[in-house]
Structures are given as structure tokens and as C-alpha cells.
Design a protein around this ligand. Structure first.
Ligand code: COA
Length: 333
């Protein structure tokens, strides 16, 4: 019997470049509270959010993703033709099929690339980085582009006081490629489908169509239960990612958790006993919770503001609807 050939790729991988797209509309809490019984003070105290960005009409999932992708490729010094794989993490591309990744790949000029979407909600970005790194190490791709992009304003009920102030829009992208030294640590990931109902769309599209008064199936969330889960269970996952990468909290320079709620970030940092020197991402204050886009947006802001520099060791940890989670240690590009 014939034996099939198999491939191997680069021994090590790294993030070669990062790019972002922040939509143009800045929405302060004062505007959000016009539709809900709430206050700027309450929102800032309970979530850390001062303002968020919502996309304008022409800022689509595709256009924001393309903006972030082009910047990531430019900073990585990589041409679109060198990208073999485009992975897009999103839950707000409104077509069930085809994947928006194919349209993005075409627009950025990498038609030859494999292109597909993944649905892991707020955990999506880290769910994309892990297979991208593995594809490069396995020789299935020379370089991969991972994009987290959301237009959550489309799925947000502006009259729901449990969610209206949280969700936001934006895109972040990274180029993953070969490296002389390890730049992306082993992933620690998993899910807890018993809690499937905690964050989800109100109803599925068939129910919308069958309704006498069709409404967008907005996101609904049991905020308190999500808060407790994220604050306590996720610190352990972060520690496991450090252990698997062979580093300790003392080696860490930067902590970039999914930007869900500033109090969740603080609770995780306390539980993990992060030393004082570790800089913590706080992009949520001005950007809101952008789900799959939040980690690259937060990391990029830290780089731009000089809080993270090339070569720093960063812990990324993403968690959300599903409930799904993924974490890995990376070297800042
Ligand atoms: C949504 C969230 C900020 C709510 O904060 P909370 O402290 O859990 O608030 P609770 O739901 O326990 O409500 C506390 C009180 O505030 C009130 N409240 C709820 N929403 C409010 C709002 N938008 N404005 C003012 N008051 C509000 C409640 O009615 C309640 O009042 P009561 O004590 O008189 O009954 C918080 O649960 C959270 O951030 N959860 C995680 C969300 C998240 O990260 N989601 C994405 C995961 S990827």
C-alpha cells in the first residue's frame, strides 16, 4: 500500500504584525442612557466603560476587517500574496454562508488563500491564533492572517439595560508566520456548553421569519452569571497558559484579557496575583466590548501608547458566549 506524504513547516511561529480598525462613531455613555434607565456613573462604576465605538453605515464587517488586515500586513512587511490562510473570527457577519473570510481575502488580494470563518464569540481571536500557528508549524500554510471583527451594534437592543452599554464594533488582525524563536505559546482552550444559554441571540432566524412582528434577534445575556464565571474560572485558564508556555507571572510584561468588563479584568489580575510591573490592557474604557476584536484592539493600543514593546511577553485570554475560552502566551511583535 502506498504511503502518503506528509508535511512539516516552521519549528517556531510568531505574530509578525498587528493592525486595527476603530470605527468612526464615538458613543458616550450619555447617549446610551437616553434609551435605558441607567446613568453614566453606574456604567463607569460597574463596567469601566466611558464610551464605545459604533460603526457608521459604510463601516461593514468586511471593510473594517480589510482595514485592520492591511495595516497588519504592512507592519509585518508581508505582501498579500504571501498569505496562505485567512481566518476570520466573527459572530456579526449576517450571511450564514458564504464565509466573509473569502470576500476579505479577495479584497486584500490574496485569492489563493484558504479562507474561513470561526464562531467562538468573544473567544474567537485566540481560537484563530492557535490553528494559524499550528498550520504554519505543520506546513499547511506559510503565513496566516487572523482577523477578529464585530459589528455588535447590529445585534444590540439599545433598549436593553443589561447589554446596551456593553457591546461595540471594531476589528483587529495579526499576521502569523515562521520565527527563529517561539513567539506563540501552546493554547489552553475549551468550552462549557452547559452554560450555552448565558449569552446568545434572543431567537433563531426561523423564529424571526415566523413572527408576526419580525425583530432583529438581539443578544441577550445573564450578565451576573457570566461575570462570576469569567472572574473566577478564567484566572485558572490564564495560569495554565503560562504553565504550558513555561513562564511564570514574574516573566510576564503584559496582560491582555478579553475586554468584557474592567471589573472582570481586575478580578482576574488579583486571582492570578499578577505582579505590579505587569501592564494591563484597559481598552474597554473607550472602546467597549468588541468581542472577537477586543484583544488585538487592546494590544495594539498598548503598543501605540508605549505600554507594550516588541519582544515583551504577553498573556492573551479570551472568553465569552458558549461558554468558550482560549488563552496563549505570545511575544509582542
Ligand atoms: C452587565 C453587568 C455590568 C451588570 O453588572 P452587575 O453588577 O452584575 O449588575 P446586576 O445585574 O447584578 O444588577 C445590580 C443592580 O443594578 C441594576 N442595573 C442593571 N443594569 C443596570 C443599568 N444598565 N443601569 C443601572 N442599573 C442597572 C439592577 O437592576 C440591580 O439593581 P438592584 O440591586 O436594585 O436589584 C455585569 O454583570 C457584567 O459585566 N457581566 C459580564 C458581562 C460580559 O462581560 N459580557 C460579555 C462576556 S464576553
Amino acid at each position: 500500500m502506498a504511503t502518503l506524504a506528509s508535511t512539516t513547516g516552521a519549528q517556531h511561529t510568531a505574530i509578525l504584525g498587528i493592525g486595527t480598525y476603530r470605527p468612526s462613531r464615538v458613543i458616550p455613555n450619555a447617549e446610551v442612557v437616553e434609551a435605558i434607565d441607567s446613568s453614566d456613573e453606574w456604567i463607569q462604576q460597574r463596567s469601566g466603560i466611558r464610551q464605545r465605538r459604533w460603526a457608521a453605515e459604510d463601516e461593514t464587517v468586511q471593510s473594517m476587517a480589510v482595514g485592520a488586515a492591511r495595516q497588519a500586513m504592512e507592519r509585518a512587511g508581508v505582501d498579500a500574496k504571501q498569505i496562505d490562510c485567512v481566518i476570520v473570527a466573527t459572530v456579526t457577519h449576517m450571511f450564514q454562508t458564504p464565509a466573509v473570510a473569502t470576500a476579505i481575502a479577495h479584497e486584500i488580494g490574496t485569492d489563493q488563500a484558504a479562507a474561513f470563518d470561526i464562531s467562538a464569540a468573544c473567544a474567537g481571536f485566540c481560537h484563530g491564533v492557535a490553528p494559524a500557528a499550528d498550520l504554519v508549524r505543520a506546513g499547511s500554510a506559510g503565513r496566516g492572517l487572523v482577523i477578529g471583527v464585530e459589528r455588535l451594534s447590529d445585534l444590540t437592543d439599545v433598549g436593553d439595560r443589561g447589554t446596551a452599554f456593553i457591546f461595540a464594533d471594531g476589528a483587529g488582525a495579526v499576521v502569523v508566520g515562521p520565527s527563529d524563536t517561539p513567539g506563540i505559546g501552546p493554547v489552553v482552550w475549551g468550552s462549557d456548553g452547559e452554560q450555552f444559554d448565558l449569552i446568545r441571540q434572543r431567537e433563531d432566524w426561523r423564529d424571526v421569519v415566523a413572527s408576526d412582528n419580525p425583530q432583529m434577534p438581539h443578544l441577550v445575556m445573564q450578565g451576573n452569571a457570566v461575570f462570576r464565571w469569567a472572574s473566577f474560572a478564567m484566572a485558572k485558564i490564564g495560569q495554565q497558559a503560562l504553565d504550558r508556555a513555561g513562564v511564570s507571572v514574574d516573566d510576564l510584561d503584559v496582560f491582555v484579557p478579553h475586554q468584557a468588563n474592567m471589573r472582570i479584568t481586575d478580578a482576574m489580575a488579583r486571582s492570578m496575583k499578577l505582579p505590579e510591573h505587569v501592564r494591563i490592557a484597559r481598552d474597554i474604557a473607550d472602546q467597549g466590548n468588541t468581542s472577537a476584536a477586543s484583544i488585538p484592539l487592546a494590544l495594539d493600543r498598548m503598543i501605540e501608547e508605549g505600554e507594550a514593546k516588541s519582544g515583551d511577553i504577553a498573556l492573551l485570554i479570551a472568553f465569552g458566549a458558549g461558554l468558550a475560552y482560549a488563552a496563549q502566551v505570545v511575544v509582542v511583535p
